[in-house]
Design a binder for this molecule. Structure first.
Ligand code: FAD
Ligand code: MLT
Ligand code: ZN
Length: 483
């Protein structure tokens, strides 16, 4: 892609305007004026070290009004922008491609209100997920989303990507739990739709457009969201299984026997666990190795009752030889430790250099075949091995089995064109043939821009473009990305 010449380049005058608007500390500048401030590079690079932009200016507004003033000025002056939350996104959507201005939301981070009876939370978009969940925990509630990046990702980023995470099975999608949104359009208009109502059938539900829009139509500044009661009893089991068929049987049994207390059903293959172990050096939860592992979590109100249910489920699936081995956490430390083998996967896979990440919705019966076929393809091409001349360390599969969401990851020593050629468009065509989704939960960003047609029809794409044009006629919002 080429830089679009319709966008203006940043000048000293622009910088002067922003400094007057926000104060000196709220801008990180490099390469425009002589007074380069802090290091601008962290805002230009993504979490995977795969995408790198060239912004010269990062703005950190402190209020919705400041976001509005920034965007109006950018729109009037044809300055392109990238909204940025915690910068943990996995599709290259949160960093500039060229010199777009980064609008970093970290300073807009307050909790606005919480109603303990209804569980309705109103929160600034820049608040960090873990901080918000900690606030809710003290009040007996839980944020209806949890993911491995919780220590850095922001509520606004979560909503902008429609993140799914580890307990979607229990708490559902943000399309259901988000009750209202405050957002700023490119022309500076503040859209105040911070409704706290559970039910509100009064025309188009426009807030839904911002959920998963990846910063392409406006900047989310506030969110109101329904936060359920925190379960008093959490139990976690970690199981070893011999085949993907058995994994499916275990999932069916878990839904049947654990029913309303089942809160997560996660899948990890042995390859993924091997890589976690190589990085963390921790002792594996089960004595011997198995091709597949499942992490099952229950959340309920009665520890004894839930434990009993989980134990009898385990006895049943072991007796029927669905599950070969299993362990149940006996205290909170063990709960965290078992979750670590699942949540720690993304970070461990990046240890060798790079990761090709595919986040896919697949009919459950075929979910793991893609990993096997991809591993075979990469092996045949001679790209996988233990030595430095082989770019690929391993091909692994893990994910949210409970949502039919596979993460196919190829851990590499470096990003390599030959590896990429083996993987793309192969993976996307495989998905398309099965009417799956090329992005279950991470979005499209820059990474999957070229492949949207594998999951959406021409008619759908044309409608999306019309919406983009309506909200952002000058195209300044997160350009060069999927739309
Ligand atoms: P960023 O990365 O900063 O931005 C993501 C996108 O949203 C960009 O396009 C950006 O322009 C836009 N954006 C950010 N803030 C705003 C805003 N206020 N208004 C408008 N647009 C905005 N995802 C899952 O779905 N499930 C998981 O289980 C999961 N686990 C993860 C684990 C790890 C270790 C990591 C690194 C990532 C994981 N992710 C997961 C990816 C996920 O998309 C992000 O973690 C999170 O939702 C992004 O939040 P963020 O604040 O970091 O957003
Ligand atoms: C996860 O489920 O761990 C996240 O979506 C991150 C990833 O895909 O690696
Ligand atoms: Zn995930």
């Amino acid at each position: 892609i080429k830089r679009d010449s319709k966008f203006a380049e940043i000048t000293e005058d622009h910088v002067k305007f922003f400094k007057e608007l926000l104060g000196k500390e709220a801008a990180v500048i490099d390469g425009v004026t002589k007074d380069a401030t802090d290091d601008i590079e962290p805002f230009n690079g993504d979490w995977m070290r795969k995408y790198r932009g060239h912004t010269k200016l990062v703005l950190k507004p402190g209020s919705t009004e400041e976001v509005s003033n920034i965007l109006k000025y950018c729109n009037d002056n044809m300055l392109a922008v990238v909204p940025q939350g915690g910068n943990t996104g996995l599709v290259g959507g949160s960093v500039p491609v060229f010199d777009e201005i980064v609008i970093n939301m970290s300073r807009i981070n307050q909790i606005r209100s919480f109603d303990e009876v209804s569980g309705t939370l109103v929160v600034d978009a820049g608040a960090i997920l873990e901080v918000v969940d900690g606030y809710l925990a003290e009040r007996g509630n839980i944020f209806p989303l949890d993911l491995g990046a919780k220590g850095s990702c922001q509520i606004g980023g979560n909503v902008a990507t429609n993140a799914g995470g580890l307990r979607l099975l229990r708490y559902g999608s943000l399309h259901g739990s988000v009750l209202g949104i405050e957002a700023v359009l490119p022309d500076g208009t503040i859209v105040d739709d911070l409704s706290k109502l559970r039910k509100n059938n009064t025309g188009y539900d426009l807030k839904q457009l911002f959920i998963g829009a990846e910063g392409t139509i406006g900047i989310i500044t506030g969110v109101s969201i329904l936060c359920p009661q925190r379960s008093k009893a959490i139990n976690v089991a970690f199981l070893g299984l011999e085949s993907y068929e058995k994994v499916q049987e275990a999932f069916k049994a878990a839904k049947g026997q654990l029913s309303e207390i089942l809160s997560a059903f996660e899948l990890m293959d042995n390859q993924s666990q091997n890589l976690v172990q190589q990085v963390t050096k921790n002792k594996r939860p089960l004595e011997s190795a198995h091709p597949f592992y499942c992490l099952i979590e229950t959340s309920g109100s009665n520890s004894e009752h839930d434990n009993e249910k989980l134990q009898s489920f385990l006895e049943d699936v072991m007796e029927k030889e669905i599950v070969s081995d299993g362990v149940v956490a006996e205290n909170e430390t063990q709960v965290r430790n078992l979750w670590g083998w699942r949540e720690g996967i993304p970070e461990s896979l990046g240890h060798w250099g790079g990761v090709y990440k595919y986040d896919l919705s697949i009919p459950i019966s075929e979910l793991y075949s893609l990993v096997e076929e991809t591993r075979e393809k990469i092996t045949k091409a001679g790209l996988i091995g233990d030595t430095d001349e082989h770019p690929v360390v391993d091909v692994v599969g893990y994910g949210h089995m409970g949502d039919s969401n596979l993460h196919l990851n190829v851990a590499t020593r470096r990003y390599d064109k030959n590896v990429e050629k083996e993987l793309e468009p192969f993976v996307y065509e495989w998905i398309s043939k099965r009417s799956g989704s090329i992005s279950a939960e991470h979005g499209l960003g820059l990474a999957k821009k070229a492949y949207i047609g594998h999951s959406r029809s021409d008619t759908m794409i044309a409608l999306m473009k019309q919406i983009k044009k309506l909200y952002d006629p000058n195209g300044i919002m997160n350009p060069y990305k999927y739309i």
